[in-house]
Design a protein around this ligand. Structure first.
Ligand SMILES: Nc1c(C(=O)O)ncn1[C@@H]1O[C@H](COP(=O)(O)O)[C@@H](O)[C@H]1O
Length: 162
């Protein structure tokens, strides 16, 4: 089995609707990844084990999505020096503003790169993870350039309804 380079974790199965957009990007670039549910609140022992072992397993970056009191990305960052990309998942009562603020306001010394709320943030976290890997991989870097070129082309060719 191919060893995963990126780990995509989420606080609950209910976050998948959002987090699948990160996974879709990794699929598109043929990056080996793993996706799993880990919760700082509900499975704290698993969180410590996961974050403590990730680097030794060859993981290069962790995308962590959570909603509400979204402590997952920050707690993972507390237990590893791997880059942690935090995705605020839309929440039922506060539309994800709670998730965003929980993730973005980290104390100095424990960084989490925080993305936008919801699907676009998850997709951008996926693209950012690809960009991190592309720093030392010229083939992947060229694929990223091509992705951007196609996106520009599709915006320039967009036709508005009459
Ligand atoms: N924020 C966290 C954490 C965590 O930060 O560890 N664990 C679960 N959750 C969040 O609780 C929300 C509701 O979860 P349920 O839908 O399972 O009740 C989810 O968005 C999840 O990310």
């Amino acid at each position: 089995m191919i060893k995963p380079l990126i780990s995509v974790v989420m606080g609950s199965k209910s976050d998948w609707d959002v987090m699948q957009h990160a996974v879709a990007i990794l699929d598109e670039f043929h990056i080996a990844y793993e996706a799993k549910v880990v919760s700082a609140h509900r499975t704290p022992d698993l969180l410590f084990q996961f974050a403590g072992e990730a680097k030794a397993r060859g993981i290069q970056c962790i995308i962590a999505g959570a909603g509400g009191a979204a402590h997952l990305p920050g707690m993972i960052a507390a237990k590893t020096t791997l880059p942690v990309l935090g995705v605020p998942v839309n929440s039922k009562h506060l539309q994800g503003l709670d998730s965003l603020l929980s993730i973005v306001q980290m104390p100095k010394g424990i960084p989490v790169a925080t993305f936008a709320i919801g699907q676009a943030g998850a997709a951008n976290a996926g693209l950012f993870a690809v960009a991190l890997l592309a720093v030392n991989n010229s083939e992947l870097s060229a694929q990223l350039d091509e992705y951007r070129r196609k996106q520009t082309e599709s915006v320039l060719n967009a036709e508005l309804p009459e």
